[in-house]
Design a protein around this ligand. Structure first.
Ligand code: SAM
Ligand code: SF4
Length: 471
């Protein structure tokens, strides 16, 4: 379970249908609908799928009743995500009864995890495509249209979709995601990702820079570089054997334009280097914000999770970040009630939160995933009720810290990238500052627009938003 309300997991965005004004150059007369579950990487994958299908003549629609092909890009990280997706497949199957020509496809991690089960046993879908099989999708659609079973769940060691220019879906025209690598080689025992997204591979840095230049030329002002573990980015030039590290890549992207903000996610505490921190400090346009998942504050639990760092190592990393960038915001992921977690070990998580004082946290109850190392090795021994209780303690503490940290910004002036109208009033702009905090401020009839930077003096705050005035 991810607790909502407090800024923990962006569940409002789960299942959002995607649209784009982009039309295929040569239409084939068919439309596709795509909705997305899960992380930012999945979101970016949906944009890659949209690009591949648009090239084949399909037009994207936000209305599934209008679509020939209905696609769900799925997440398998927790059981709850899979249950939601199953309910959604039920809804689509009801519609298909009146519209037998409609094809339902499942993409991404759940497709990879369940392989042919949803197609052959449960007969809930017509198409199954794993995260490395999106190039095959037009062919799979044709096969399914011809009445065949259409499935491709091969995991690749090379595929990075480097040459695919993603169609920006539901875009605000200001911020965009750029995938820099795929897969994961870490074997955190609780995690299904290495099984659903395959081995880690880094994308050619020149293609990443090209994509960022294209975004800049189209008026975008912020890119978020995405990977399960960005700090282990390592691309070796096949001609010269020279390696490009994440610190090198950050510098290359920061140099695209001082006006283009650079963010990244996710950092693994074992891999983030001083080189990365110094590069962040060197460039004003690299945002001073690091998502550094701790998962647990107990070294014994971290060992059972195979996170390969200790509590002390983690705390030293946080210290190092703050030495090099005193104003850097840090957020985290936390799992409550992992296998065998004792009360003492749970207390250690509370005390790590107390020590670090995170700007933001995604907090989850442990959810056993079939096939993972934890499912094979350990008993899921903490009861649901106790997991819930521990999660609530974690959430309450995090909430308390956020309530204490937010007012500290009152009186400060920050640089805000305007993303659009605030949700509550079109008289106000909303954007984010360097530390990724949401800032709302009055337009005051000034000549500003989304994509502009504004200097804002913070005058007040809520639990998750800074309120200010143009400085
Ligand atoms: N690669 C990132 C990392 O290492 O931090 C995170 C990837 S995962 C998509 C995002 C978060 O989901 C993890 O950091 C973890 O807190 C949570 N998560 C993963 N598997 C989980 C499970 N089985 N139960 C509960 N939470 C889980
Ligand atoms: Fe999962 Fe660990 Fe890889 Fe993150 S680093 S995706 S938690 S295995």
């Amino acid at each position: 379970m991810a607790i909502t309300g407090l800024k923990v997991m962006n569940e409002q965005k789960q299942g959002t249908p995607y649209t784009s004004s982009m039309m295929p150059e040569k239409s084939n007369g068919d439309k596709f609908y795509i909705e997305n579950y899960g992380c930012q990487m999945n979101f970016n994958d949906s944009e890659i799928v949209a690009s591949l299908l648009t090239k084949e003549g399909y037009q994207v629609t936000g209305n599934y009743e209008d679509a020939k092909v209905v696609l769900i890009n799925t997440c398998a990280i927790r059981d709850k995500a899979e249950m939601t997706i199953r309910r959604r497949l039920g809804t689509f199957n009801k519609i298909k009864k009146n519209n037998p020509g409609m094809l339902i496809g499942i993409l991404g991690c759940m497709a990879e995890r369940l392989k042919s089960k949803l197609l052959e046993e449960e007969k809930l879908v017509d198409i199954v495509a794993g995260p490395d099989a999106y190039r095959a999708l037009p062919g799979l659609i044709d096969e399914a249209d011809g009445g065949q079973k259409a499935i491709n769940v091969f995991l690749s060691r090379e595929e990075t979709y480097a040459d695919v220019s993603p169609v920006r879906l539901n875009s605000n025209g200001v911020t965009a995601f750029v995938s820099i690598m795929r897969g994961c080689n870490n074997m955190c025992t609780f995690c299904v990702v290495p099984f659903t997204r395959g081995r880690e591979r880094s994308r050619d840095p020149q293609s990443i820079v090209r994509e960022c230049v294209e975004l800049r030329d189209n008026g975008y002002k912020e890119v978020t570089l995405l990977g399960q573990n960005v700090d282990s980015f390592n691309w070796v030039n096949p001609d010269t054997n020279e390696a490009v590290t994440f610190a090198d890549l950050l510098e290359m992207v920061a140099k695209v334009s001082p006006e283009l903000r650079v963010r990244f996610s996710t950092s693994h505490p074992k891999d983030i280097t001083d080189d990365v921190l110094y590069t962040m400090a060197k460039y004003e346009n690299i945002c001073k914000y690091i998502h550094l998942p701790v998962q647990s504050g107990s070294t014994a639990v971290l060992q059972r999770m195979n996170r390969t760092y200790t509590r002390e190592w983690y705390l030293n990393k946080v210290k190092r970040i703050r030495e090099i960038m005193p104003d850097c915001a840090i957020s985290t992921d936390i799992i409550a009630g992992f296998c065998g977690e004792t009360l003492e070990e749970h207390e250690a998580t509370l005390s790590v939160i107390e020590q670090v004082k995170y700007e933001m946290a995604y907090m989850f109850m442990y959810s056993e995933r079939p096939g993972t190392l934890a499912a094979r090795r350990f008993e899921d021994s903490v009861s649901e009720e106790e997991k819930k209780r521990r999660l609530q303690e974690i959430v309450d503490l995090q909430h308390k810290h956020q309530a204490e940290l937010m007012p500290k910004d009152i009186g400060k002036t920050c640089k805000v990238l305007i993303e659009g109208n605030s949700k509550k009033s079109n008289q106000d702009w909303v954007g984010r500052n360097d530390q990724n905090k949401v800032v709302v401020f009055s337009k005051e009839n000034r000549d500003l627009k989304p994509g502009d930077y504004a200097k804002v003096k913070v005058t007040d705050c809520t639990s998750a938003t800074l309120l200010g005035k143009l400085a």
